[in-house]
Design a protein around this ligand. Sequence first.
Ligand code: ATP
Length: 354
Amino acid sequence: MQEVYHAFGKLDVVKGVDLDVAPGEVVCLLGPSGCGKTTLLRIAAGLEVLQQGRVSLNGGETAVPRGRHVPPEKRNVGLAFQDSALFPHLSVLENVTFGLKSEPPLQRRQRALALLEQLGMAGYADTYPHMLSGGQQQRVALARALAPEPRLMLLDEPFSSLDARLRDRIRDDTLHVLKKVGAATLLVTHDPEEAMFMADRIALMRDGCIVQTGTPRELYCTPCDPFVVSFFGEVNELTGEVRDGRVHTPVGAVNAGWLAEGTQALVMIRPEALRITEREAPVEAHNYSHVIMAKLLGRSSLLHLCAHGEDGREAHLHARVPGVFLPAEGQAVDIHLDLSQVFVFPSGVAGAGS
Ligand code: ATP
């Protein structure tokens, strides 16, 4: 799609989006609630009439005319939406085979059963939708969407009704099926971890626009602005002035040579970028840190620290360290920065926290 705009009455919801998905590629539309993800997906599906811009499907074979309704079934797309209703009067198996009318019955049945098995629903072929939990219905809806092996799959929060343990497995299985089918997939989620797991590329949206598109690694390791950094999890934010090409913070100096001298800079430090060691040298008046609180979270420990900089400035930071590391309250520690997880932007760049 190119230069797609969409409004509901006076509310501009999609504001000039360019996006493409190659065959066999999974692209995740990621972003906070209300940023326009579902609307974009509905435009691609034909559930919203295209108001402005260009949309073409199936490698450019099908151009979607502006202002005219072309329903999903004419677009060779598979849809699984959050609220995808199953046909209540059909069994699970009949729901999944519904879109396979052109195939011989035995083949239809085999394909549907194989998909149900892959999605952990093997024993439910003869049950009816009202006998299933929300998560089970969601899996049947996924199987129904995948069964015709469409060239384009549009999935809107397809795992939202699954509990955490099941979700990991079903995501894994769904990705496997999508790759096997070779469908171009556009998947909407607001969960950064889900996007990182599922996507070949992520398009991160904010307020109707795509802020950055790239591989999960590109977005995580080379975020283009503070919004992108903070979308992938909690982050410590410090500010300082650029002097001699560096920003001086209470936890050390960080390179910022591309910013003009005297610029106010925002330094964003992921909690996992802080490596903490117990202090062996004597504690000075400045240039050390102390532990305010340490909590075990399971696989990692969360430390709340106060850093005392050389210049007398203090900063409160969260550090996340692997395993069990629970220094006593008040203990002096040293903080070492993993600079690959520290990001510097000029202060006041739109995005942080918005
Ligand atoms: P979520 O993650 O919460 O599902 P989203 O990013 O998918 O959010 P959309 O559902 O695309 O966001 O909605 C974007 C904006 O458009 C929201 O402000 C929403 O209230 C508004 N909106 C969506 N559908 C309609 C509609 N049919 N009529 C009027 N406003 C709508």
